[in-house]
Design a binder for this molecule. Structure first.
Ligand code: SF4
Ligand code: SF4
Length: 416
């Protein structure tokens, strides 16, 4: 059953009153500065003060005097690499995002609305996908978007699919009821509107180990682009809807809620309580990234028959999966594929960070951050680059000749 807390209807109110915009973990900071050594933005832009100063140090000042808010906080990508490095469990990225919300530090123009409302943009774009894809690839259109909205013209815009994943699934949902065991799949916006193949591969892999897939009756964007652009009220509304849907699904017999996007999984599991004050403790452990769920099944003997895949692949680990502690699950999963030659790339941020690298003022920073990862990829002889994140995929495919696949797609390719 859904905990009462989740059923509470929050009356419309300014977001500042609705959410707690102070994260008190700043008190745990022991001033070791390890976080600053791990921040890709601090390395790329000397005008960014870095996580220690922007996070716990700055918070102490901002609480005393709001006038000490530093506008440079807008450069934080919320990649969470600082949080991974912190030995004191300071929620540095969350502190910075909450400070931005408290001090009106999010710019919220038409560009931010367009980039962050992925459900709306996906619905509009997928119905006319063949036209949208041609138009948004045209140089004059990109120039216009650059000049009018500030979406950098050098950035490749995402392609949309005419048949969404949900539409495809609707034709196959009946087949799923034949399985005794079932999970609920949170497909996310990118799988639904841009690359449904990942969702189809996930269904194939789960069916191969005798697990059926369900979708929730309704699904909204997890909220990661909304949080990144300060639309916290909308993100909270989406979170409430998604959590209500998950509760119904789990009540109806689903064993887990699985996401194939590392950023969606991190948001559903960690950002809902930390950033949006949504209590998901009743089923937090059941919200899982797909590779964690699969490797546990494989380890317990529920493994599909796989043929050798004689391919060389290089794996890029996304920041938000690192934050979740989930990289080991994806690596172990790929190691199950016979014949696969796997190289692990160094753990560098891709720099795109969702909507961040699309913005004109962030493009150069985004590309500078990406350089370490791109240089390494350019020297690999891999047939494919593998990553769990759509943002990393877009960045690699825009900057190299490599095709990027999801780890679940590799497993699907190996199925007999
Ligand atoms: S979240 Fe990322 S960009 Fe922001 S301070 Fe931490 S490491 Fe730097
Ligand atoms: S790593 Fe953690 S404890 Fe060390 S300075 Fe940064 S926030 Fe403080």
């Amino acid at each position: 059953m859904l905990p009462n807390k989740l059923l509470l209807h929050i009356k419309p109110a300014p977001v500042i009153k609705m959410l707690s915009l102070t994260d008190t973990t700043f008190d745990n900071c022991i001033k070791c500065t390890v976080c600053t050594t791990r921040c890709p933005v601090a390395e790329a832009r000397p005008d960014y003060p870095g996580p220690k100063q922007a996070g716990p140090d700055g918070e102490r000042f901002r609480i005393k005097s709001p006038g000490l808010y530093d506008d440079a906080l807008k450069y934080c990508t919320n990649c969470k690499r600082c949080e991974v490095a912190c030995p004191s469990n300071v929620h540095i990225g969350t502190i910075i995002q909450k400070a931005k919300a408290r001090h009106d530090g999010f710019k919220q123009g038409p560009r931010e609305f367009m980039l962050s409302h992925t459900d709306l943009m996906g619905t509009l774009s997928s119905t006319t996908a063949p036209i949208v894809n041609v138009v948004t690839a045209m140089k004059p259109v990109k120039k216009l978007l650059d000049k009018t909205l500030g979406v950098d013209e050098r950035r490749t815009l995402p392609k949309y699919t005419f048949q969404t994943f949900r539409k495809w699934f609707g034709k196959h949902a009946g087949n799923q009821e034949r399985f005794d065991r079932k999970i609920t799949y949170f497909h996310g916006c990118y799988t639904n509107y841009n690359v449904p193949a990942v969702g189809k591969d996930l269904v194939a892999v789960l069916n191969a180990i005798n697990i059926g897939v369900r979708l929730t009756a309704k699904e909204k964007c997890c909220g990661v682009p909304l949080i990144a652009n300060g639309f916290l009220k909308k993100a909270r509304k989406n979170a409430d809807l998604n959590m209500t849907q998950f509760a119904k699904s789990l009540d109806a017999g689903s064993e887990a809620v699985i996401s194939s996007s590392s950023s969606c999984a991190m948001t559903l599991r960690d950002e809902y309580p930390d950033m949006l004050d949504v209590d998901n403790s009743a089923f937090k452990d059941q919200i899982q990234f797909v590779s964690r769920f699969l490797i546990k099944e494989f380890a317990s003997g529920n493994k599909p028959e796989m043929k050798p895949l004689n391919l060389k692949v290089a794996y890029h680990s996304p920041c938000h999966l690192i934050r979740m502690g989930g990289v080991v699950h994806t690596v172990e999963l790929m190691r199950e594929i016979p014949g696969l030659e796997l190289t692990l790339l160094d753990q560098n941020c891709c720099g795109l960070s969702g909507t961040y690298g699309f913005k004109k003022e962030n493009y150069d920073t985004s590309q500078k951050i990406a350089n370490k990862m791109l240089e390494q990829i350019k020297t690999t002889e891999a047939d494919y680059i593998i990553t769990d994140c759509e943002s990393c995929k877009m960045q690699v495919e825009m900057n190299t000749d490599h095709k990027v696949l999801h780890p679940v797609t590799l497993i699907a390719m190996a199925l007999v």
